[in-house]
Ligand binder design. Structure first.
Ligand code: NAD
Length: 366
């Protein structure tokens, strides 16, 4: 029987609440299918700062290195907001974790079931079929990591900050390959998003994507779009995209916009895959909900656990090769939420049930 060896990093505020539920679903599935779970839980983010003096404790990194995948909650919140920016949970935990494991590809499904079309801020008549698109975001390059990154006081007393946007051709090629794989598994349609009318990095981006697709995947229908137009098109008509690929900062912004048009942060999960393989020869990855720690609802028992549960499905698919099990979990979530069981959520308004009851409804559909 396969053993699933993974690290569990719940993080802060609603992180541990929804993680408990995701592990409950996984335990249920494991029992049904005879899978052995071998996971350890470790501190990260604010919990890392409080308990180890560091957002990404060495012991947490070691546990991740010894695992085949990372199941991540979310980090940060008001308790640590007064720390210097470089020590804050997101910057000091999530970014180094991505860098340490070269998690360069963020795959974020943008899915809104047709039955929940009313949850989108887009008029229902524009999306009668719901939304089904995929965002592929480059995750370890661009402005967030480029050097120099500094704030200095100039000789005239003024203060200047600089961030550097930098991309190598090889970085663009490897994310294009990920996007091609995703497009091949769907409608073979890929849109690359850049700002090639202004940015040098985007000129290289567009040229590299064009050449790479022409050489390696001529069957893929490739299009290009400027990021400002893409931001508009995502709201106007999201389903014109199937898979889109973009650099780090553009992807950060567009993926949140996508989450919004899909109705709910609490429903969307993401996979961050690296260059490394795990002990099974599959992708080592970090799997997490799209949203943050939702401090405003933490402790109230109303956080939507679906995104964390769907992150488990992504982990089973990408890091353990368990496609059928992943699809079973995704179907169970779909059945539970489309049959009227709705939990606390920005889009669904007043919750009909709480976090635990939502999970119970999902388990009942497994
Ligand atoms: P957020 O995503 O935590 O919350 C935005 C809104 O969405 C809130 O109203 C929240 O209640 C709601 N929401 C989010 N997830 C939900 C869920 N599962 N169920 C129901 N409602 C949900 O974003 P924010 O308020 O801007 O950030 C809060 C903290 O989270 C900040 O410290 C931020 O840095 C951090 N954050 C962490 C991550 C991460 O760990 N990957 C990502 C984003 C934000």
């Amino acid at each position: 029987m396969p053993t699933l060896k993974f690290a569990v990093l719940p993080g802060d505020y609603i992180g541990p609440e929804v993680m408990t539920e995701a592990l409950r679903v996984l335990a249920h599935v494991a029992q049904q299918e005879g899978l052995t779970l071998d996971y350890k839980i470790a501190d990260v983010g604010g919990a890392g700062i409080d308990n180890h003096g560091k957002a990404l404790p060495d012991s947490t990194v070691k546990l991740c290195e010894e695992s085949d995948a990372i199941l991540f909650g979310s980090v940060g919140g008001p308790k640590w907001e007064k720390l210097p920016p470089k020590d804050q949970p997101e910057r000091a935990a999530l970014l180094p974790l991505r860098k340490h494991f070269t998690l360069f590809a963020n795959i974020r499904p943008g899915l809104l079931y047709p039955e929940l079309s009313d949850a989108s801020p887009i008029k229902t008549e524009r999306i009668p079929q719901g939304i089904d698109i995929v965002c592929i975001r480059e995750l370890t390059g661009g402005l967030y990591f480029g050097l120099p990154k500094a704030t200095t006081t100039l000789p005239d007393g003024d203060i200047q900050s600089v961030d550097t946007m930098v991309y190598r051709k090889s970085e663009i090629e490897r994310i294009t390959k990920t996007a091609i794989d995703a497009a091949r598994a769907r409608k073979k349609k890929l849109c690359s998003i850049d700002k090639a009318n202004v940015l040098e990095t985007s000129v290289l981006w567009r040229k590299t994507v064009t050449e790479y697709v022409a050489k390696n995947a001529p069957e893929i229908e490739l299009s290009h779009m400027y990021v400002d137009n893409a931001a508009m098109q995502l709201v106007r008509s999201p389903n014109q995209f199937d898979v889109f690929v973009t650099e780090n900062m553009f992807g950060d912004i567009l993926s949140d916009e996508m989450a919004c048009v899909c109705g709910s942060l609490g429903m969307l999960s993401s996979a961050s895959l690296g260059t490394g393989k795990n002990s099974l020869g599959l992708s080592f990855g970090l799997f997490e909900p799209a949203g943050g720690t939702a401090p405003d609802i933490a402790g109230k028992g109303i956080a939507n656990p679906c995104a964390q549960i769907l992150s488990v499905a992504l982990m089973l698919r990408y890091s353990f090769g368990l496609e059928k099990t992943a699809a079973r979990i995704e179907n169970a979530v779909r059945k539970a939420v489309t049959s009227g069981t709705r939990t606390g959520d920005i889009a669904f308004g007043k919750p009909s049930v709480g976090t635990v009851a939502m999970t119970d409804a999902i388990i009942a559909n497994l």
